[in-house]
Design a protein around this ligand. Structure first.
Ligand SMILES: CC(C)=CCC/C(C)=C/CC/C(C)=C/CC/C(C)=C/[C@@H]1[C@@H](COP(=O)(O)OP(=O)(O)O)[C@]1(C)CC/C=C(\C)CC/C=C(\C)CCC=C(C)C
Length: 634
């Protein structure tokens, strides 16, 4: 009996496991646990017979003074634990690196007879050939009964699994970012090569002469060991990619899989993988690709937060974001007020058509319109909106959103059109007007987000099978959440205005209520004039004459931030009453945005100049991570 092998675990495999666990724990979901257990079970059950054979045929051995003693089918328990811990570590690294990826955006339709289908056929066959030939080579090596026996046994054991996984998930394996495929293979492989070199040198395990090639990758690292670790890590990552491919198919195509349980059965996962790629809805895939790209490009806070949501809720939130962004941009970036008004009318018509035909029954439950109504909305979108906006409009999950907040959001955008060079204060005459504006452009967004959350994760009191979708948002508890969410939306909007004072001034918009300005003897017009002249023409060295004004701006900015935090403080506790699946992600969304307000309070982030206050990426990540851990203390 000895402790050498146990010490390898204590020194080399357990520390990274602890580190990865600490890093990933706040992000860990039930689906991740399911994946991990699934993978470990397969890894252990598929390796035991093979490893046991190698030991029984004395291809490798363990000196009795290096292992504790107990064995399973002649395999030392430390070795069995190795299968578990290697799978655990590689899986956690993969999960960590893949968190930001929206897998649905990596699916590809292979339309029958299309060039794309032809290309994918070649890709699939090329991989199959590679793994098929690897099996053949392995068989040849074993048949030769010489020095390549061990190498042959490794190839014959691993390559058929790789062949199968490639055949099921080749699209994902080729298209996913290398950070989700190559990196989680390469990093643990290199690490294990080093560990293995040390173990072989110490004689913790021994590869017998006669059945090994004697080739080395570097001194004391036998080629067989290097190939073994490379292939086992590849197997783990291929398995995880195939799993994520299946889940992506399930989540992306409700037409094929109307209901998907939180933990889909292995049979359902296989059915998803076997769904012919020719039947995928490519408009949906392209629309999701555009939406996630828009989110990534336009909002760091919500992009970060979106990766902490899961499944269909994550998809719906991203499509909702994309709709809000497209609508806001169409109106904001219109070259003339008349064109902005025209976009507003078109957006209203689109909503009218999307919701036309919806009726309410005696209980007030919503009965959705027919396909004909939706067809009209589709036609209208295609004929009236820019190419890159069409799919976003069509993906808006109207069946899960009530129409009122969407119309109210458009009313908020309409308020923006009342800002003109002649009327730089627009519709904002009092603080109440600013609250109303915030309620319309952001309170509504919060209501829509909460509707999606409650649709996908009903509160226990409304989750009976007889509850209609509207019941899910009507209970007193849901109403309380809606009210708090609405207030939180206003908090975010106040923060947004505080951050963008200079940018809005450049667009001739002053959101500050005139009574606030009056105290500093300013009007919206004089405020804009001074702010625009200080932030555009004043060289930094001649700051003095405007110091007084700069202080006034900062005082007004702080008033906006204070009001933001008033709304925030009054509503943040309600996040803890959201369904468990949305609690931490909502905290991340809210906290990473409110961090902008905190930075403004600290006077950092560069808001004083021409640009926007920004939160450095590392700080956002820390804020997001802390928000995942739990609510901050008061
Ligand atoms: C995680 C995820 C993908 C969430 C999606 C959130 C979403 C749908 C956001 C839409 C944002 C948007 C473009 C709205 C149009 C109107 C607008 C501009 C609103 C302002 C957003 C600021 O975004 P950004 O800084 O990118 O905009 P500009 O560059 O200035 O144009 C807003 C400040 C509003 C955003 C409001 C919310 C997301 C609501 C937050 C509240 C909750 C989620 C509820 C919390 C729950 C409880 C119970 C308190």
């Amino acid at each position: 009996m000895g402790y050498d092998y146990a010490l390898v675990h204590l020194t080399y495999t357990l520390p990274p496991a602890l580190l990865l666990t600490a890093l990933y724990l706040p992000l860990f979901t039930r689906l991740d646990l399911y994946k991990l257990v699934f993978l470990i079970t397969i890894a252990v059950t598929s390796t035991i017979p093979w490893d046991s054979y190698l030991i029984r045929t004395r291809i490798w051995s363990y000196p009795p003074n290096a292992v504790l003693g107990p064995t399973i089918w002649q395999i030392p328990v430390e070795e069995v634990f190795f299968f578990v811990i290697q799978t655990f570590n590689t899986t956690l690294l993969y999960l960590l690196l893949s968190k930001p990826v929206l897998h649905s955006a990596y699916l590809v339709k292979e339309g029958k007879g299309s060039k794309e289908a032809q290309k994918w056929k070649y890709v699939k066959v090329a991989g199959q050939l590679l793994f098929g030939l690897t099996v053949k080579k392995g068989v040849d090596f074993i048949r030769a009964e010489g020095e390549k026996t061990y190498l042959g046994l490794i190839l014959v054991w691993a390559a058929p699994f790789l062949f199968m996984l490639w055949s099921l998930a080749y699209q994902f394996l080729v298209r996913l970012p290398l950070t989700s495929t190559l990196l989680p293979i390469v990093l643990p492989t290199l690490y294990l090569w080093i560990v293995d070199t040390l173990a072989l040198k110490r004689g913790t395990w021994v590869i017998e002469q006669g059945t090994k090639t004697g080739w080395e990758v570097w001194p004391a690292l036998e080629i067989e060991e290097a190939v073994f670790f490379l292939l086992t890590n590849t197997l783990i990552v291929f398995g995880l990619v195939a799993f994520d491919n299946a889940v992506a198919v399930l989540n992306t195509f409700p037409a094929h899989f109307p209901r998907v349980p939180a933990l889909p059965s292995p049979a359902m996962l296989v059915r998803a993988l076997l769904l012919p790629a020719g039947t995928y809805d490519d408009d949906r895939i392209l629309g999701l690709q555009q939406s996630v790209e828009r989110l990534r490009a336009k909002s760091r806070s919500f992009y970060l937060a979106s990766s902490t949501f899961q499944g269909r809720l994550r998809i719906d939130l991203i499509t909702l974001y994309s709709f809000c962004r497209v609508a806001d941009d169409l109106i904001d970036n219109a070259p003339t007020p008349a064109e902005a008004q025209a976009w507003l009318r078109k957006l209203k018509t689109f909503l009218d058509l999307s919701y036309s035909g919806d009726i309410k029954n005696d209980r007030g439950d919503l009965i959705r319109g027919t396909d004909k109504n939706r067809g009209q909305a589709t036609l209208f979108a295609v004929q009236n909106f820019p190419e890159d906006a069409i799919l976003t409009l069509l993906l808006l999950p109207t069946s899960r959103l009530s129409q009122e907040p969407l119309y109210e959001l458009l009313k908020g955008f309409e308020m923006d059109l009342l800002f003109t060079p002649q009327n730089p204060g627009g519709p904002i005459k009092t603080e109440a007007d600013l609250d109303l504006y915030g309620a319309r452009v952001a309170g509504t967004v919060a209501l829509l987000c909460i509707q999606l959350v409650l649709f996908h994760h009903p509160l226990p009191s409304t989750s009976t099978s007889t509850s209609s979708d509207t019941d899910k948002t009507k209970s007193p508890q849901s109403q309380r959440l809606m009210a708090a969410g609405h207030a939180m939306g206003i908090a975010l909007q106040y923060t947004n205005i505080a951050r963008d004072l200079s940018i809005d001034a450049a667009a001739q918009r002053c959101y500050l209520p005139p009574p606030w300005l009056k105290k500093t003897k300013l009007t919206p017009a004089s405020f804009l004039k001074q702010l625009n002249s200080t932030s555009t023409s004043r060289p930094a060295s001649t700051a003095e004459p405007d110091d007084f004004f700069t202080k006034q701006v900062e005082t007004l900015r702080m008033r906006l931030v204070d009001r933001a935090f008033e709304f925030y403080e009054g509503s943040r506790a309600a996040i803890e009453d959201l369904p468990r699946e949305a609690r931490a992600p909502m905290r991340v969304a809210v906290e990473s945005y409110m961090q902008i307000g905190r930075e403004l309070r600290r006077g950092s982030g560069g808001a004083g100049g021409k640009g926007r206050a920004t939160v450095p990426v590392w700080k956002r990540a820390v804020v997001g991570w802390r928000a995942l851990l739990g609510p901050a203390g008061r």
